[in-house]
Design a protein around this ligand. Structure first.
Ligand code: OAD
Length: 275
């Protein structure tokens, strides 16, 4: 996509955003690429290079939580996990995260659902945020779903237990085979129910239940805007595609939307066409 084509598509996307009542972003690993965190799939993806983890990891955790915790705390991990962890520990939020925060603060973006566990959205300032796959800086009780910073948990006995309900505590990141925590799933479904415009930012939209969200919005006649460097399974259904990095495209989109919503235009969120 040339620069001129991208600018034209950004204009179309900004118009759709401005005309929508309830805009939600669904984010994936592509948002964090400009922060130095690798994606999972695709040519440079973590799993393409190092292999996908066991699809049964939650069952394995439940069967032997003690071994899991010992490995977790000793930081001895398989190469994929170690690379991911090291990249996240070095990472800072980028222009894509910042643009989402700007849109949220301006009242344009109602909610962000992220599949990323890297904590970068929260560090950038997103507050209307659901981390549907958890947050790797936290631990969670599998009973009552209370979450704490992992440093706050004193592991005297493996596995640690919840001070509130006695349930077993695990890393907050959702494992393969683990159900999405109820709270995160309910909030996400509620937000998607209200959404009439979804921004798909840096996600392959292949993992359920998130992969179903843009399809639900499209079925109800809402619009889908894809921001991704590559084609995905949602490209065909998208109303507008911004074929560029999340940082570049989100910065351009936020700038254009916010220009149109500035009070000086005197026309609220309908500044398009007036300039
Ligand atoms: P994927 O690795 O499946 O997809 C990342 C997407 O980002 C791809 O479509 C890339 O084309 C795109 N991409 C790469 N660089 C980009 C950039 N600079 N700007 C914009 N887009 C870019 O990651 P997810 O869709 O997040 O779950 O995967 C969903 C889930 O799969 C993850 O949360 C993870 C995994 O199972 C768990 O670990 C529970």
């Amino acid at each position: 996509m040339t620069r001129t084509e991208l600018e034209e598509r950004v204009e179309e996307a900004a118009l759709l955003v401005s005309e929508s009542e309830y805009v939600v972003a669904l984010c994936g690993a592509g948002v964090s690429v400009e922060s130095g965190v690798p994606t999972f799939r695709g040519p440079d993806g973590l799993w393409t290079r190092l292999g996908q983890p066991s699809t049964n990891s939650y069952r394995e955790f439940l069967d032997d939580p003690k071994s899991w915790w010992e490995q977790y705390l000793s930081r001895s991990a398989d190469p994929a996990r170690a690379e991911f962890r090291d990249a996240i520990e070095r990472a800072e939020p980028n222009a894509g995260h910042a643009a989402l925060v700007e849109l949220e603060r301006a009242g344009v973006l109602q909610h962000t659902i992220t599949q990323n566990v890297d904590d970068l959205h929260r560090r950038a300032g997103s507050r209307k945020l659901t981390e549907i796959h958890g947050n790797r800086t936290l631990v969670r009780c599998i009973g009552c779903e209370a979450r704490w910073p992992r440093e706050q948990i004193a592991v005297e006995e493996y596995p640690p237990t919840c001070a509130q309900c006695g349930g077993m505590v695990k890393a907050d990141s959702v494992m393969f085979g683990e159900p999405i925590p109820h709270g995160a799933l309910e909030t996400s479904l509620l937000e998607i129910e209200r959404c009439d415009c979804i921004l798909l930012v840096g996600t392959s939209a292949t993992v359920m239940p998130s992969a179903g969200f843009p399809r639900k919005v499209a079925e109800r006649g809402g619009c889908v805007i894809e921001i991704n460097t590559e084609e995905t399974g949602m490209t065909e259904q998208a109303d507008v595609v911004l074929r560029a990095s999340a940082g570049e495209a989100m910065r351009m989109l936020a700038r254009r939307v916010l220009e149109s919503t500035r009070p000086s235009t005197g026309s609220g969120r309908t500044g398009f066409g007036s300039s």
